[in-house]
Write a protein that binds this ligand. Structure first.
Ligand SMILES: [Zn+2]
Length: 234
């Protein structure tokens, strides 16, 4: 079990009446988020604590300046030093995933990274442990998903780098032996690079460029069209 910093560590406001606890049988996965804070980097404990207070204020303050929610939206935050922070906590339903249905079906973990910022080995290791804690409470929690995969209206959250890491299995609790292995920065970069290249290959095909991809797509469409167009009787 991860050692979670308590809400007092970041000076949290008292939560208002909210959605209450998740229903164990209903939870099928956990969604991974980023704060969408641009290229800002947060390192020290006090910087992260201050940012958490800011996000909580934004989520709790009444509209139109805030969102009018009961609390900061996420359940747990993990920072680049590998600290885990109690936000709503693993038992309380989040307000982060997009609507009530996906909030009931998925947990919500926040990775405190800016855009283009690689998660550190410490962040990855702690996130994997947080997800292991989550799965210990919710036995049907098989899916570790980027927020973009579960939000009905779409989102870029949690960014390409985290999406690639999720896909590589870096956050998936595995065997005891695998969990003892700490990824190095170089390994993380290599995993992310491999996933991004694979993604581009699938998007654009072998050969790489968008133009070549369009040419191949056009040629394929012409072939399909020819195969379904009845020949003129000769
Ligand atoms: Zn998100």
């Amino acid at each position: 079990m991860v050692d979670y910093l308590p809400r007092t560590a970041w000076g949290a406001r008292v939560a208002e009446d909210g959605p209450g606890s998740l229903t164990v049988a209903r939870v099928e996965g956990v969604a991974v988020h980023w704060p969408g804070m641009g290229r800002r980097r947060l390192g020290s404990l006090s910087e992260v604590a201050s940012a958490l207070r800011g996000w909580q204020n934004y989520h709790m303050d009444p509209k139109p300046n805030g969102r009018g929610w009961s609390d900061i939206a996420y359940q747990v935050a993990v920072d680049q030093a590998g600290r885990a922070w109690t936000l709503r906590g693993l038992r309380t339903q989040s307000g982060a995933n997009g609507n009530t249905d996906v909030n009931q079906r998925f947990g919500a973990v926040l990775l405190v990274v800016g855009s283009g910022e690689h998660p550190s080995p410490a962040m990855i290791a702690t996130t994997r442990e947080v997800i292991r804690d989550f799965q210990a409470i919710y036995p049907n929690c098989d899916l570790i998903a980027p927020h973009s995969k579960v939000r009905p209206d779409g989102t870029d959250c949690p960014g390409d780098l985290v999406r690639a890491l999720i896909k590589s299995g870096a956050f998936t609790p595995g065997t005891a032996q695998e969990d003892d292995m700490q990824y190095t920065e170089t390994q993380i970069r290599a995993m992310v690079q491999a996933e991004l290249e694979e993604y581009h290959r699938r998007l654009w095909g072998e050969g790489g460029t968008a133009g070549e991809f369009m040419q191949r797509t056009d040629a394929a469409l012409v072939r399909i069209e020819e195969s379904v167009t009845p020949r003129q009787p000769s």
